[in-house]
Write a protein that binds this ligand. Structure first.
Ligand SMILES: CC(C)(COP(=O)(O)OP(=O)(O)OC[C@H]1O[C@@H](n2cnc3c(N)ncnc32)[C@H](O)[C@@H]1OP(=O)(O)O)[C@@H](O)C(=O)NCCC(=O)NCCSC(=O)c1cc(O)c2ccccc2c1O
Length: 127
């Protein structure tokens, strides 16, 4: 089992071609990531001790309606100061995109720092 967040697909997410615009997928990932941070890592959105350093997405099928996208998240093993998160986005049972982000832990002065043990333990225990 993995962490899954359901994200609403809104009418305004679509472009003039009638499918969800590519940039919106990054927002779907972000909405799911925020919930993952809150519910799995115990880190609220207001916590300034993390930044996203890298984002990549592969688009596999268009989303041509409204409803719900399921975003499945799995955090990878932390390195020193960073850890990856992998995403699988599904719409009506079909994989529509996959992606990856890299998060970097930051100290109180805004410098990269070692990923805290609390996050390492939560990642090791993630659903
Ligand atoms: C990201 C930086 C701070 C990196 O600075 P620097 O390169 O000097 O750091 P290090 O050399 O010490 O490396 C530390 C660590 O990071 C890995 N890394 C660095 N760059 C990359 C990269 N491009 N891709 C992959 N990995 C990278 C490096 O390998 C090291 O890992 P180790 O594990 O080996 O130790 C600096 O580049 C920077 O400040 N960049 C700008 C960041 C930024 O502005 N991002 C966008 C805003 S943040 C954001 O959007 C955001 C989104 C959310 O959804 C959030 C949700 C919840 C909370 C916060 C959120 C949030 O802030």
């Amino acid at each position: 089992m993995s962490f899954v967040a359901e994200v609403e697909v809104r009418f305004r997410d679509h472009d003039s071609f009638g499918h969800v615009n590519n940039a919106v997928y990054a927002t779907y990932c972000e909405q799911a990531r925020v919930r993952f941070f809150e519910e799995v890592l115990g880190t609220p959105l207001s916590d300034p001790h993390i930044v996203v350093a890298h984002l990549e997405l592969d688009y596999r099928a268009p989303i041509e309606g409204v409803g719900t996208v399921e975003v499945e998240i799995e955090a990878g093993e932390p390195g020193g100061k960073s850890f990856p998160i992998y995403y699988t986005l599904s719409y009506e049972g079909e994989t529509v995109a996959t992606g990856e982000t890299v998060q970097v832990a930051m100290d109180d002065e805004g410098r990269p720092t070692r990923v805290p043990d609390q996050w390492r333990e939560a990642i090791a225990d993630q659903p």
